[in-house]
Design a protein around this ligand. Structure first.
Ligand SMILES: [Ca+2]
Ligand SMILES: [Ca+2]
Ligand SMILES: [Ca+2]
Length: 83
């Protein structure tokens, strides 16, 4: 196999330009909406942000610690307010 024929599919004379293979591409994920720019897309657009209007609310957010956590909002989307 010649090094210029990495796929090994050309005949002895390779008609470059006529033999084309579409490169396999990783499909890009569909665009999702992150309205509050907290890095988590809204659930409606395929993300995991249960409140895409509040940048302090997303899975894994601080919901239990300190004054910021105890804001009577379920920051981490587990269904338990401040817990
Ligand atoms: Ca968001
Ligand atoms: Ca919670
Ligand atoms: Ca909270």
């Amino acid at each position: 196999m010649r090094s210029s024929d990495p796929l090994g599919e050309c005949p002895s004379i390779c008609p470059w330009g006529t033999l084309r293979r579409t490169p396999t591409r990783t499909p890009t994920p569909p665009p999702c909406t992150d309205a509050d720019a907290d890095g988590h897309c809204s659930i409606a657009t395929g993300g995991d942000d249960c409140n895409d209007a509040n940048s302090k609310v997303y899975p894994g957010a601080n919901d239990t610690k300190g004054k910021q956590g105890h804001d009577r909002i379920d920051n981490d989307c587990d269904g338990i307010i401040d817990g």
